[in-house]
Design a binder for this molecule. Sequence first.
Ligand SMILES: Cc1cc2nc3c(=O)[nH]c(=O)nc-3n(C[C@H](O)[C@H](O)[C@H](O)COP(=O)(O)O)c2cc1C
Length: 380
Amino acid sequence: MPNLFSPYTLKGVTLRNRIAMSPMTMYRAQDGLMNDYHMMLLGSRAAGGFGLVFPEQLAITADGRTSVTCAGIYDDAQLDGLSRATAMIRSMGAVPAIQLGHTGRKGSSLKPWEGGAQLSPDHPDGWQVTGPSAVPYGGKHTLPVHSLSRAEIRQLHKDYASAAIRAHQAGFEWLELHFAHGYLGASFFSPLANQRTDEYGGSVENRLRFHLETLDAVREVWPERFPLTIRLGSDDLHKDGIQFDDAIVAVAAMKGHGVDLADLSLGFNTDDMSERPFNQLAFMVERGSRLRREVDIPVGVSWNLGVPALANRVIEEGAIDLVFLGRPALSNPHWPVWAARELGHGDPFSLLPQDWSFWLDSHRAHDAALGWPKVGSPAS
Ligand SMILES: Cc1cc2nc3c(=O)[nH]c(=O)nc-3n(C[C@H](O)[C@H](O)[C@H](O)COP(=O)(O)O)c2cc1C
């Protein structure tokens, strides 16, 4: 029976364990370029024992970023930073993964801690936002939306493919398409944002066309031996939006277009959500497990899985295949080692690079002075 620390193989890629650092937009890039900050962030998590490490969502076009401080993969000049990141992640024993995305009608924004308001196209840091229909998101995202023409949609498929080629050149071995959280893919899927009357709107099949065509364009250039995965917004938490049954239909269709694993999420396609489960423990697991069963596809989920026993249990019970950690990865770069100690792993430091674990295992420090709370102590 696999547990959190069992290796996981998908296509030609084997992860050393079932723990992924989930993509997190950090607002630290300049001109879409990653820099030393990203090396620090990603390298430390890879060294901390994560099996799969994602940088933030990488924009496929400049206007696909959330803000001017978001990283991109739309220019060859960005390859250097991306390649440094993959080399760093790999040298620490993890697999480098990339999430490609386009923020659609939620782009052109200020950083969240600067208020997150949208900047109009005449602001030096703003641009015209786009979507399936001329329907603004609402809330802080009030800019008029340019409804994409068919020719512009075809160009976006090419942009996704170019980004996938660059991702391969940069050394990524796992590619996820971001179709969640109210960004462009989520907008095409959701009737809340997609009011088109052509072949990209209306029925579920039509609202999925953008995704399936994107998958085809990417699968053509992305090596077959590397996993192609999606992050899907599986429920808008709104009576007129995506319902979970739609997500089952969507992932089944995407599986037929080369998707190897579904990373499920939900919400953020409208501020008007009927519930906000976002601080509930493991609330995505049941949905993930149902999808895994009904579509027969590997599944990963995030959302409040940073409790070691819980994360281990959902793998042991076969509910999901991979545990994605966002905030726990921010708060504890060594989360996997900590979890291994908590769960009674025989050699937690074996999760670290050998040149660290050697010192920790062979030159044993006093347990209380090691920098970790003693297992089972009130502080742990
Ligand atoms: C700072 C921050 C930035 C995020 N950026 C992204 C992103 O770029 N792409 C994405 O799919 N999810 C993003 N997320 C969501 C996380 O990947 C994750 O799904 C979410 O935080 C729930 O997992 P957690 O409970 O382990 O934090 C972000 C979350 C945080 C906290």
